[in-house]
Ligand binder design. Structure first.
Ligand code: ZN
Length: 144
């Protein structure tokens, strides 16, 4: 899938914690191997038990929009022909308490509403530093 904010827009910087989230092509959330707590964004340590052994939880990638902001004024020349676009926080059905940010694709930004049901979709991109293929999670409304 083409990138919502354009092919020239910056891509996430990969590190050991966020690599799975931005490359798997599955909504992969960080999970503690000891207490099974799921957290996002990924960190060095489990926020529940302070454990250091963390792996990935493969979510089904379906959720509900809890917050929406529509950007109507471009904050950078590269985004001039991208506005308006919607930025949302999504609560993930199979990961209670987790909110994942992203853009909404396939809908008019002004039509996006709190309460809309969404599923994850992935933008294709390439990390310019490593050449690694990225699959950047975004959201598509499935039930407005
Ligand atoms: Zn834990």
């Amino acid at each position: 899938m083409k990138r919502v904010l354009g092919e020239s827009w910056a891509v996430p910087s990969l590190d050991s914690h966020n690599r799975d989230f931005f490359t798997k092509g599955v909504l992969t959330l960080q999970r503690c191997t000891q207490c099974k707590h799921v957290q996002h964004p990924p960190e060095d340590v489990c926020e529940a038990c302070q454990g250091f052994e963390l792996d990935g939880f493969a979510s089904a990638g379906v959720g509900r929009i809890e917050s929406v902001a529509v950007v109507t004024q471009s904050v950078h020349p590269l985004l001039a022909d991208r506005v308006p676009y919607a930025i949302v926080l999504v609560s993930v059905e199979d990961a209670p308490g987790i909110l994942v940010a992203g853009n909404v694709v396939g809908s008019d930004a002004d039509a996006v509403r709190i309460g809309d049901r969404v599923r994850v979709v992935f933008e294709d991109a390439t990390d310019p530093r490593s050449g690694e293929k990225l699959a950047i999670p975004q959201w598509e409304v499935i039930d407005a």
